[in-house]
Design a protein around this ligand. Structure first.
Ligand code: PEP
Length: 252
């Protein structure tokens, strides 16, 4: 059975102390997860060890928000998969639309990051999603399919199964505008069909596809109730303990 996942993406927010407090407040809610549920906190690099120390008692996980597409070397300011692995990090978000837009990350670059992450035994949380102009033109399926094809389709079925996908329409990220449950279900089902076409239905059915884009305490449960939506990647609402607690409780 595929996992239902609530993943937080703190982005470049919170001081170390605020991050500690937020985790303490969320952990204090003492939510018991079912076997098929997972909670992951995507925190800034300097907070990974602190966050891991706090959440491991609850069997929650931490995630980096990025890694570099080279193994090591003269890449000042970058962080490698090996470095993440050496501090016990097991997840890494890649391909967030903010990284694609502000840091020029291409589908090819992401395919290289995927190989390094999988080679290091980390779970990639691979983000994809279309801008507003593409949604308005009605070509979102083709757009996102190309992102999957160019970044993921060189992988073996065994490796593909290790990935978490986050579909995040850019027009819904941080805008307060959420995709409707119909829009989310439709494109998630499409993405799963694209995976099934290439890797077979059994493989496609094992992959968690999260929705991201203004998930809130008030809409999480409804979004997560869609057959092909396996939880959420959450930005703004993951910075408020009470909201993220409700979002975790919204998992199936
Ligand atoms: C995100 O950045 O991954 C995200 C979905 O942000 P928000 O929830 O704030 O829209």
């Amino acid at each position: 059975m595929r996992k239902q996942i609530a993943a937080a993406n703190w982005k470049m927010n919170l001081t170390y102390q605020q991050g500690e407090q937020l985790l303490d407040d969320i952990l204090a809610a003492n939510i018991e997860l079912k076997d098929n549920q997972e909670v992951i906190f995507g925190v800034p690099f300097p907070y990974l060890t602190m966050a891991e120390g706090k959440v491991k008692a609850k069997n929650y996980h931490v995630s980096a928000q990025n890694c570099y597409n080279q193994k090591s070397g003269a890449y000042t300011g970058e962080v490698s998969v090996e470095m993440l692995k050496s501090i016990g990090v097991k997840h890494c978000i890649i391909g967030h639309s903010e990284r694609r837009e502000y840091f020029g990350e291409s589908n090819l670059m992401l395919s290289e990051k995927l190989d390094l992450l999988l080679g290091g035994g980390l779970t990639p949380i691979f983000c994809c999603g279309e801008p507003l102009s593409i949604r308005e033109a009605g070509t979102q399926n083709e757009y996102v399919e190309k992102q999957l094809e160019e970044s993921l389709f060189h992988l073996s079925a065994d490796d593909l199964k290790k990935i978490i996908i986050a579909y995040e329409p850019i027009w819904a990220i941080g805008t307060g505008k959420t995709a409707t449950t119909e829009q989310a279900q439709e494109i998630h089902a499409y993405l799963r069909s694209v995976l099934a076409k290439k890797y077979g239905q059994e493989v496609a059915d094992e992959i968690s596809i999260l929705y991201g884009g203004s998930v809130k305490a008030t809409n999480a449960k409804e979004l997560f109730s869609c057959a092909d939506v396996d939880g959420g990647l959450v930005g703004g609402a993951s910075l408020v303990a009470a909201d993220f607690v409700e979002i975790i409780k919204g998992l199936n």
